[in-house]
Design a protein around this ligand. Structure first.
Ligand SMILES: Nc1ncnc2c1ncn2[C@@H]1O[C@H](COP(=O)(O)OP(=O)(O)OP(=O)(O)O)[C@@H](O)[C@H]1O
Ligand SMILES: [Mg+2]
Length: 474
């Protein structure tokens, strides 16, 4: 099932992309929680701690923050700076999340699944607080800190499916609108928090001055700066996702539509591959399901990759130094969820703006159109597609299994989707109604977006736009 699979897929993809192949063996104990937890030093988190940290303005995360430590392999001092930077911003972000969970109606927070997520956040903050009291000055401490970060990332891997189940169970006590409002803020903030943590982990594993595996693996992925691939080919991601979604489709329906990629399949730009993979998987799942359910699998799903035209800043002659630096805000590279809480704009804007320039050899972004002949979305459903939990999955069976109202679909089906066949749910093309809103949250994170154009009775065009991210000047 997609919802349980999502975070795990991203997690494994992340480890595959960021953790050097050989190092995966050596660093795997980092991901063995039981072992780590025995060694974790935690602090008791009081309400005062949460209130104090949550009152701090949040640092608006920019791409400059992610790449400012340089291209891997990093030196020891660059790694320490990255660790201290990570540490300086995470506790406040966690405290904001805890506060926002606590602000839900009491009966909703009391739901065991939602309270489980709340406990995870408290646990993460309690492991970070002892670190936040000092500076990381040695490589040994940096390694230990990275273990803590790995644990933190792992702890929150299943947040989405757990929250989904919690809100489903608590649906009598909270309106779909309030759930969408909470989840939209919470999950967008989560994207940023995970990016910060994963970026440090990725930099660590691709740098490790203490590791012998580094040179070979850095050569293997020369385009990576942590979790950012500066030579990301969307067509490659599409092909990978087509295989994955195609297999699920074939298992469930016995057929799979084929995908045609046109436009500029060779186009490459800089972006976070985990995000693109997530979004494309969700959009393909929707297109495959609609195509097969309307028995149009003979018609291909057409994916057009259309790079945005490159607009270079005006220059005076050939001198690159005369090129004005592009601000992160102009590139849209601002963490929207953070900015909400950042107080006066500009007060905490990073000084590293000037380090970001448009990519010299790449266009600044891309639009990817996913066109299917799956019959489109009905006018009555269209206004709801961005709501978390809105799904038409298994609508036919819904009437017989429905226990309680769930817009456009069945709560039973959604619960089944969470449990999934055999508990892993890996065989479903739809389930909870999280694909579109969460996909859009990922797209918007760095200034992109998703627009849906439905031709009811014919098919759907989905336009995914993404901006290329900047690079560190050499
Ligand atoms: N390409 C499409 N063609 C037809 N209907 C679509 C398409 N994309 C989305 N929809 C409609 O929008 C609803 C919401 O989509 P969304 O991806 O958010 O949730 P889902 O697919 O039902 O479940 P999930 O994505 O969480 O597994 C779908 O249930 C479906 O009715
Ligand atoms: Mg979907």
């Amino acid at each position: 099932m997609a919802q349980v699979q999502r975070p795990l897929a991203i997690q494994s993809q992340f480890i595959r992309l960021c953790c050097p192949r050989n190092a995966r063996r050596t660093c795997s104990p980092l991901f063995a929680r039981g072992r780590l937890q025995r060694r974790l030093h935690t602090a008791t988190v009081t309400d005062n701690d949460i209130a104090r940290l949550a009152s701090l303005p949040l640092h608006p995360l920019t791409l400059a923050d992610l790449v400012k430590h340089g291209r891997p392999p990093l030196t020891t001092s660059q790694l320490l700076t990255s660790a201290n930077f990570t540490l300086s911003i995470l506790p406040a972000r966690l405290a904001h999340r805890i506060q926002s969970l606590q602000n839900l109606p009491f009966i909703v927070v009391s739901n065991p699944h939602i309270s489980n997520i709340h406990s995870n956040y408290i646990h993460s903050l309690s492991t970070l607080l002892p670190w936040a009291e000092r500076e990381i000055t040695t490589l040994e401490d940096e390694i230990k800190f990275t273990e803590v970060m790995a644990d933190l990332v792992q702890t929150h891997a299943n947040t989405i499916s757990i929250l989904a189940r919690g809100f489903l169970e608590a649906r009598k006590y909270i309106s779909p609108k309030d759930v969408t409002r909470f989840l939209d803020e919470h999950l967008r903030a989560r994207i940023g928090t995970r990016l910060i943590a994963e970026q440090h982990l990725a930099l660590h594993f691709s740098s490790q001055p203490h590791s012998e595996v580094m040179p070979e693996d850095v050569e293997e992925n020369p385009g990576f700066i942590g979790v950012i691939d500066t030579r990301l080919r969307p067509a490659k991601i599409v092909q990978h996702c087509e295989d994955v979604v195609g297999e699920i489709c074939e298992l469930k329906y016995g057929v799979r539509p084929h995908v045609v990629i046109n436009g500029e399949p060779e186009y490459a730009f800089a972006h976070v591959p985990m995000h693109l993979e997530y979004i494309i998987t969700e959009l393909l799942k929707n297109a495959f399901r609609a195509t097969v359910e309307s028995r149009m699998e003979r018609e291909p799903i057409e994916i057009t990759i259309a790079p945005l035209p490159e607009v270079l800043p005006e220059t005076n002659g050939e001198d690159n130094s005369a090129r004005p630096a592009v601000k992160n805000s102009a590139q849209g590279n601002i963490d929207i969820a953070s900015r909400k809480f950042a107080g006066k704009s500009g007060s905490s804007s990073p000084s590293s703006d000037a380090q970001i320039l448009p990519l010299a050899q790449s266009t600044p972004g891309v639009t990817i159109r996913i066109r299917d002949r799956g019959g489109g979305i009905s006018p009555e459903n269209l206004p709801h597609i961005w709501e978390y939990s809105f799904t038409t999955f298994n609508d036919d069976q819904a009437s017989s299994t429905l226990s309680g109202h769930f817009p456009g679909g069945s709560s039973m089906d959604a619960l089944n989707a969470i449990s999934g066949p055999g508990g892993d749910g890996g065989h479903s093309l739809a389930g909870l109604g999280y694909g579109l809103p969460l996909g859009r949250a990922y797209a918007e994170y760095f200034g992109g977006g998703i627009a849906v154009q439905s031709m009811w009775g014919w098919g759907t065009d989905v336009y995914l736009s993404l901006r290329g991210v900047g690079r560190v000047e050499e």
